[in-house]
Write a protein that binds this ligand. Sequence first.
Ligand code: MN
Length: 317
Amino acid sequence: MSNAVLKLTKHEINEIQKAYQPYIQPKTPQGGLFVAKVNGCTITAYNSGKILFQGPSAEQEASKWGASIDKSKNTIEKKARKKHAHLPPENVSSLSLIGSDEVGTGDFFGPITVVAAYVSKENLSLVKEYGVKDSKLLKDPQIIEIAKQLVQTIPYSLMVLPNPKYNALQSKGMSQGKMKAMLHEQAISKVMAKIADPSEVDGILIDQFCEPDVYFRHTKKSPNQKPRIYFETKAEELHLSVAAASIIARYAFLKKMDELSEIAGVTIPKGAGPIVDEAAAKIVMRHNVDFLKEISKSHFANTQKALKLVNQKRKKQ
Ligand code: MN
């Protein structure tokens, strides 16, 4: 069995936790932050900032995240940001690009929303004027305000994967990575069809969520297709099309969450933390487990945690 250990900052660990959210296990060891199981690899994060990867794909999984401390046999070396053949060119920010990004993958409640948006060279300054920037720097009311302007101005396509469909695919064994790849691909081809002269598109930039090879395998796309598909993490910072896509995707997600809150009669929180467990428990008490499953990614550990809470609450009654 191969192992890899990383020592990371709190922020980096938060990012990793988000990425593994669907695979988080209900139990954590002492001093542990979370345990996730993915592709035969067990990932254990500790409060100390160490992350342990165990299993046949340990090194591969760990290499996604970079820096390590130990240079002993079982650890991997610090790696520079992963280089691959599909990084965008130096002048990326001034090109006419379709950008794509997704929201909701780490949230227990609500769908996954994926948006591809086109921002031509000519539209760059206009989009910037709307206040488009990294959506992580924007609060929900700003997201909504900017998104409302964007959807009236630039070509975009929104794909929504509702919870029942997500749960059905997941229980058939489809990975979240594959679902995302397919949604991105659909959004991209739909927005492409909306562009009057597709030959003006310099490229496609995907906010990277998997290795390019994996993306091409899932979508059966050619790596040599024209226009080229580029992948980079934090792509929101590289081109306004990705930032715009992210804002529209978040806007759509927020709207869906409002709808679900309405239906459930309970304010539904984002994320997958303890507040989410509490809300889920409330929903089970008010409705039932099946209802909870209809509005959530039911394989997340939150389902079990909520049921535990429900049992405790019912005992007290
Ligand atoms: Mn993203």
